[in-house]
Design a protein around this ligand. Structure first.
Ligand SMILES: *Cc1c(COP(=O)(O)O)cnc(C)c1O
Length: 561
């Protein structure tokens, strides 16, 4: 009886509603009704996509929109354009990459080829332009560089000059080397001897691009239409690059500002049904801090999401730290939930630049990394990584370096690097007016200050011949300790120079930074990030600038500008 009554009420309500709608539609012609419905649907869909379905958060897009609008305004827009132009004039090869007196750019093929002796002479001239690094003055960049290593790498690489892993039938020896490098690195990270697998790539960025591509394709294959990756804000820019290239959304998770590890609760909240990868770094680049890999992996397990560990920077250290007497919490395939690891052999593996490994816990993931074109006219085509043809040179160099060091060699180097980094951390944390970010356990030591603009310290250190890294949001500078910093006296010289520079700065702590890194500090304060992007683009332009005519009074405008 009750049900009957209810149904009746519902029926009447529906009838009333329909009548009301009919009443509203009266006076419209059917085509108008169709048109209005169509337009309304489109507007709703469009707004829906604008609000929720874009790769960038709404706030960020709104900000961009406002700034774009400002830059298009007649007077203000022109003023900005003029100012940007002025700054751009300072971002030129002429100002940033000065040639030695008398040096010229080659802008055309030399008509007649050089003799071998001239080539060697020229090459030495080019090399003589480099920042002096063998005294340990540069943060990161060159991780070993010993003449002994240079010698053997040079010998091996020259033997492999013409090899290409794209043709394993022609170069089966190289194929064996590459497979062995990937296997040995899998083993370093306790990958299952049969299940784990990997590929050698051209560098950390490519390893990361490939992991993101693999997980995206896995997600697409499993019905996730708009895949997202969840990364700590401290994750390497390569993750943002991967998101950009492969059209996945990147969700950035803030750090705990005491430990500078990712805030695991916020990471948990950032996970959605679209998440196709979460990750942590071991350690991250800005402050050298290891994210809580165990907790991140547990989230991955709980929600069935693959977990990447970015060990690009420190992979070849952390894998040996326990044996070197510096145990860490587990960070590798021993942690349930970790499905991939990137580790750069061209950093603490001391291999020549252009080699890294991307490793997976199971071959299933690696398959998603591949590109296959079974129908190409040029033949069935398949590549494991981003490139087509690749150089075998650096792969052979990497293999040679790895077997030269062996486990004992790497453990030895690791002990030296970690000892040095910990010594520097200890000494610097005793200084007043600066602080160390978190508790760095590996190779990077990041400094900040509450009393003065930390980039002034960077400028002061530049004056003393050092080349440190600038970190932003928040401002910091860091030293990435390499084997070059383990040489006698280098760490002490660094600490002494920091101490002296801080003392000098504290004589006038509020003074504005006018040194080399001033621009770095300023760029952070520009709210319109598209301006910063534009100026950064100008820097890239300058890298390819060959217009030296102004330096040398050459009146021929040979080329652009
Ligand atoms: C260096 C680095 C990478 C990759 O950089 P490449 O320059 O492409 O080798 C990725 N993650 C971290 C933490 C790094 O330090």
């Amino acid at each position: 009886m009750e049900l009957d009554k209810t149904l009746k009420v519902v029926n009447v309500t529906i009838q009333n509603a329909l009548n009301t709608i009919d009443l509203h539609c009266e006076g419209y012609r059917p085509f108008q009704l169709i048109l209005y419905t169509l337009i309304t649907t489109l507007v709703i869909l469009k707004s829906w996509f604008f609000l929720f379905k874009k790769d960038e958060p709404l706030a960020k897009r709104s900000k961009k929109f406002v700034f774009r609008w400002i830059r298009r305004m007649p007077i203000v827009g022109n003023m900005i354009k003029k100012e940007v132009g002025k700054v751009k004039d300072h971002i030129s090869a002429e100002k940033l990459f000065k040639l030695k007196p008398g040096m010229r750019y080659l802008r055309q093929l030399p008509r007649e080829g050089y003799s071998d002796s001239k080539i060697i002479h020229e090459v030495d001239e080019y090399l003589s332009m480099d920042h002096k690094w063998d005294n340990g003055s540069v943060s990161g960049a060159i991780y070993n560089g010993s003449p002994e290593l240079t010698n053997i790498v040079g010998q091996v690489c020259s033997k492999f000059t013409w090899t290409n892993p794209l043709h394993p039938d022609v170069f089966p020896g190289l194929r064996k080397m590459e497979a062995e490098v990937a296997r040995m690195v899998c083993d370093m990270f306790h990958g299952d001897p049969l299940e784990s697998s990997g590929t050698v790539t051209s560098g950390g960025t490519e390893s990361i691009l490939l992991a993101v591509k693999a997980y995206r394709d896995w997600a697409l294959d499993n019905g996730i239409e708009h895949p997202e990756i969840v990364c700590p804000v401290s994750a390497h820019a390569a993750f943002e690059k991967a998101a950009h290239y492969f059209k996945v959304k990147i969700v950035q998770v803030p750090l705990d500002t005491k430990t500078w590890k990712v805030d695991i609760n916020k990471m948990k909240k950032a996970i959605t049904k679209n998440t196709c990868m979460i990750m942590g770094s071991a350690p991250q680049f800005p402050h050298g801090i290891i994210d809580p890999i165990k907790d991140i992996a547990a989230l991955g397990l709980k929600y069935g999401i693959p977990v990447h560990v970015d060990a690009c920077l420190g992979g070849f250290l952390i894998a040996f730290m326990e044996e070197a007497g510096f145990p860490l919490e587990p960070f590798d395939f021993r942690v349930p939930g970790v499905t991939s690891i990137s580790a750069d052999s061209h950093k603490y593996g001391y291999a020549p630049k252009g080699t890294s490994c991307i490793l997976y816990s199971s071959p299933k993931w690696r398959t998603y990394q591949y590109f296959v074109s079974p129908d190409w006219q040029g033949g069935m085509y398949a590549t494991p990584t981003l490139s087509g043809s690749r150089t075998g040179t650096v792969i052979s160099g990497c293999w040679a370096v790895m077997v030269k060091f062996g486990r004992i060699g790497y453990v030895d180097c690791t002990r030296k690097v970690i000892k040095t980094a910990r010594y520097i951390t200890k000494e610097l944390s005793m200084l007043e007016n600066i602080f160390i970010f978190g508790e760095p356990k590996v190779c990077v030591v990041a400094m900040g200050s509450l009393d003065f603009d930390i980039f002034r310290l960077s400028s002061a250190m530049t004056e003393l011949g050092w080349n440190l890294n600038s970190v932003q949001f928040p401002s910091a500078i860091h030293l990435c300790c390499t084997m070059l910093h383990t040489k006698p006296g280098v760490a002490d010289r660094f600490v002494k120079d920091v101490k002296q520079s801080v003392q000098n700065i504290m004589m006038n702590p509020k003074k504005k930074n006018t040194g080399a890194s001033a621009m770095y500090g300023m760029a952070q304060t520009i709210p319109d990030r598209s301006l910063v992007s534009e100026l950064t683009g100008a820097y890239l332009d300058a890298m390819y600038d060959t217009s030296d005519y102004r330096n040398n009074g050459d009146s021929h405008r040979n080329g652009h500008i």
